[in-house]
Design a protein around this ligand. Structure first.
Ligand code: ADP
Ligand code: ZN
Length: 808
């Protein structure tokens, strides 16, 4: 049997199954179609990912139906999905599901259906009242189980099971096709209205209708809603005019625009400065060349990167191509969207987690159909179905939010580069604080470096002062910061107080030397566990309960941890009259939470903003002239080799919020480690030298980008099952290790994950490390196969995180 269809399902276990195409569907069925197929006793929706020859010994089932009018993807797109599936070691079905959010209006409902036998028995007396009622209801139409439970009192699963076992009803699967297409009535005049004589008689005889007709004539193709707006209730008139052949009524699809009420400024865009022009020239050449050309656009905060993006997009559009812009979810502000709409009009799709399924569906179809040429969105929009993207932009490329922390664990930043390779596009990774990986790629000449070293407006970078907290008797707010906060409030300027709370669990810090206690094997801060009073390493599993004093100098250790509420209290003591607001995940909830806070800040209603990571993100707040960093060190000591990089990025970004307007900004950084090079580099906003130093360190310690990591995660409700599975996997891994060159693969752990228990589930992890990407993938493939064959408890979930960004 040749050319059977390969059908993939969005389930974690399998890749795909083969199905036979019935003669009736042969001419319709294509790659990229969704199909309805039988699987076991049920039916399911699957994606056709290709055609091929199945193994000879299996008996194929037939495809029941083709569900899409047009295929969802073509061969080229498929090669992208395939890459993502291979690289991130996730079944293709899960990737396809991620790429087609919300099922694009297609769902399968489990329903209960009456059988022939059931129908025959309807009149007889062998049924009790509940059974009879159920059968009666089902004889009219099949119903979902929940509907039955709701409709007929006394229905239980036991009752239903009894009916099923007596073959009176059966379970079936009904397709639920939601139509998301929104249409509106458009009205135009007919040929009859061109007859002048007729019209002049008409206007005398029926003046009201003639007025409406005149309006339609002058505005051709008028939406019905507009007529209602002008003339009030016109339904009777429209009906009459239509019936008498004066007008034509047509239904046309409209594109919903969730940002339609956005105020768009009509300010003239600035003329690019010399640096921006240089960057644009390089990008422009690459766009004209129509080949894969990746760039890093490294520009300090406020250097005008977005301006360069906007011009580059225009160039790609001029070439008849499309543009995809990825931004971290949090920076999808109306401000940014407004800037894009101002330049490119309304044919832009904005994709984020807050939009409805129907809006998403609209965008998806119009991108695929070519009506929409620009999409801006968070990580998952890397799947936007453009057929000819000429430019792909990843703004704030260093942001961790490009990585999906649940399965499939993909990284949209890295996928953007692959997408660019497949579609021969320009890819711009932009940041004020590039990631170590991206910077390292510029040194290897895999990515070209473009720099914007100065702020675009007249404003200069802020002045930075480092405050040694050890001399301040460990006060939350130092005397210097207090002084500046008062001064800034009195001069009616705004301040930001930033709490670096990236560490999730406590660490122990030495009172004397300010260093966090580190693991002797791993160069990673140990986490302090109050329960059990022990320190642990989440890389190698070290667990120490006798510690007491600093390994280095022998002084006393203290637990480290403060919250935003505590800071708010302190500030209110210092400045009781100031309006203080908090921006953190607990405070800023819902769709409009951030927007409201943002508007209050812009309207100068807030004097002091206290916040965590959220305040560091790309906000442009010209009124802010002072930024205080409460504790620069906190994120330095989290148990992660990227701690230094994250700290540098956070401090540099938050410092960049100061002095973006006319007045010069000031930044005060409180720290227990004033001599720490990360803090010093951040204070100088010196990315390049930070990156160079960090690269040396990573190389010496054997961390990415010099090695590749894969984190195998184990999650389950029973602690002993989870740990046993992790240990069993380790022993499987050790066996496979024998097939690889000595020392080419290292296995670390297994150990408890730093967040050992989340929502009552226990978590363990096993880290695989190698200098060779091919080897580590080969190894992991072998391990995955061994895991599939091993008889693991089914309630422990094993997931594979390739290039992990966090080790929580
Ligand atoms: P970034 O994306 O690097 O943070 P933006 O593009 O948002 O920078 O620019 C920061 C500010 O500078 C914005 O208010 C922008 O309008 C302004 N700007 C950008 N380029 C120029 C320029 N060439 N001349 C004057 N102002 C500019
Ligand atoms: Zn360790």
């Amino acid at each position: 049997m040749k050319n059977a269809a390969k059908v993939a399902f969005p389930i974690p276990k399998s890749e795909y199954y083969y199905y036979k195409t019935p003669r009736s569907l042969k001419s319709t069925l294509k790659l990229g179609h969704r199909v309805l197929v039988p699987i076991g006793k049920r039916k399911s929706i699957g994606y056709v990912i290709g055609f091929g020859t199945p193994p000879e010994d299996i008996k194929l089932k037939e495809i029941l139906d083709v569900l899409d009018e047009y295929p969802l993807f073509d061969k080229k797109r498929m090669s992208f999905f395939k890459w993502v599936s291979d690289y991130y070691m996730a079944p293709i079905g899960l990737i396809l599901k991620a790429a087609h959010p919300g099922g694009l209006g297609l769902n399968l409902n489990k329903v209960v259906k009456i059988t022939g036998h059931g129908k025959a028995l309807l009149g007889s007396g062998t049924l009790d009242i509940v059974q009879l009622q159920i059968l009666k209801a089902l004889s009219e139409s099949s119903l979902t189980i929940s509907k039955l439970l709701e409709l007929i009192e006394g229905t239980t699963n036991t009752v239903l099971n009894k009916l099923i076992s007596r073959n009176l009803v059966e379970i079936d699967y009904a397709l639920n096709k939601k139509s998301f297409v929104k249409t509106e009535r458009f009205i135009s005049t007919s040929a009859k209205c061109a007859n002048k004589e007729l019209m002049s008689v008409f206007s005398k005889r029926r003046p009201a209708k003639a007025k409406i007709l005149e309006f339609i004539l002058n505005n051709e193709n008028v939406p019905y809603e507009d007529l209602k707006g002008v003339f009030g209730n016109v339904s009777g008139h429209i009906k009459w005019l239509s019936e008498n052949g004066y007008i034509d009524v047509a239904f046309k699809e409209i594109i919903r625009d969730p940002y339609s009420r956005l105020q768009i400024s009509n300010e003239k865009p600035p003329t690019l400065n010399i640096d921006q022009q240089m960057c644009l020239k390089e990008i422009g050449k690459a766009i004209a060349a129509k080949t894969y050309s990746p760039f890093l656009l490294h520009g300090v905060t406020g250097s005008g990167k977005t301006e360069v993006y906007l011009h580059s997009i225009q160039k790609a559009l001029d070439e008849g191509r499309q543009a995809l812009v990825l931004v971290p979810e949090i920076s999808l502000t109306p401000q940014l969207v407004g800037r894009f709409k101002q330049r490119f009009g309304s044919a832009i799709a904005v994709l984020h987690s807050g939009i409805s399924d129907s809006q998403r569906f609209d965008s998806w179809r119009h991108i695929r159909g070519g009506k929409i040429k620009i999409a801006i969105g968070a990580r998952s929009s890397v799947f936007a179905p453009f057929n000819n993207p000429g430019i792909i932009i990843v703004d704030e490329e260093h942001e961790q939010s490009y990585k999906q922390e649940e399965s499939p664990h993909y990284n949209a930043r890295d996928m953007a580069l692959v997408l660019g390779k497949i579609y021969e596009s320009v890819v711009i990774l932009g940041s004020a604080t590039p990631s170590v990986e991206t910077y390292s790629n510029t040194l290897k000449e895999k990515i070209r470096y473009l720099g914007l070293p100065l702020r675009a407006t007249k404003s200069t970078l802020p002045e930075v002062e480092i405050i040694d907290l050890k001399k301040e008797n460990n006060k939350v707010i130092s005397e210097r910061l207090k002084e500046e906060l008062i001064l800034n409030f009195e001069s009616k300027n705004q301040s930001i107080v930033f709490l670096n709370r990236r560490g999730f669990s406590s660490v122990l810090v030495c009172r004397a030397c300010g260093e966090a206690v580190e693991c002797p094997n791993c160069s990673i801060a140990l986490t302090y566990h109050k329960t059990g009073n022990s320190i642990k390493c989440h890389y190698c599993g070290l667990n120490e309960s006798r510690f007491g004093r600093c390994f280095r100098c022998g002084d006393k250790l203290m637990e480290y941890g403060i919250g935003t509420q505590k800071i708010e209290e302190e500030i209110k003591k210092i400045l009781p009259r100031a309006v203080v607001a908090r921006m953190d995940r607990d405070e800023v909830r819902g769709k409009n939470g951030l927007l409201n806070l943002y508007n209050r800040l812009q309207g100068n209603e807030i004097d002091i903003l206290i916040g965590t990571q959220m305040v560091a993100k790309g906000h442009d707040l010209p009124g802010v002239t002072l930024v205080g960093v409460i504790s620069a060190d906190m994120s330095l000591s989290i148990p992660d080799f990227r701690a230094g990089e994250r700290t540098f990025q956070l401090i540099t970004q938050v410092a960049g919020r100061a002095g973006r307007g006319e007045k010069k900004g000031k930044v005060l950084i409180q720290t227990l480690n004033p001599e720490n090079s990360v803090i010093e580099f951040a204070a100088r906003q010196d990315s390049v030298n930070f990156l160079k130093t960090e690269l040396k360190l990573r190389s010496a310690l054997g961390y990415p980008p010099f090695t590749r990591l894969i984190n195998v995660k184990f999650t389950g409700k029973r602690e002993n099952e989870v740990s046993a599975t992790a240990r069993l996997t380790r022993s499987l891994a050790s066996k496979i290790l024998g097939r690889f060159p000595l020392d080419s693969i290292k296995i670390l752990g297994p150990s408890e994950a730093p967040l050992f228990k989340i929502k009552n589930k226990y978590r363990w992890q096993l880290l695989i490390k190698s200098e060779n990407q091919n080897e580590i993938h080969k190894f992991m493939r072998g391990l995955q196969k061994a895991i599939r064959l091993a008889d693991f408890p089914t309630n422990v979930v094993v997931s594979v995180d390739v290039d992990p960004l966090s080790f929580n």
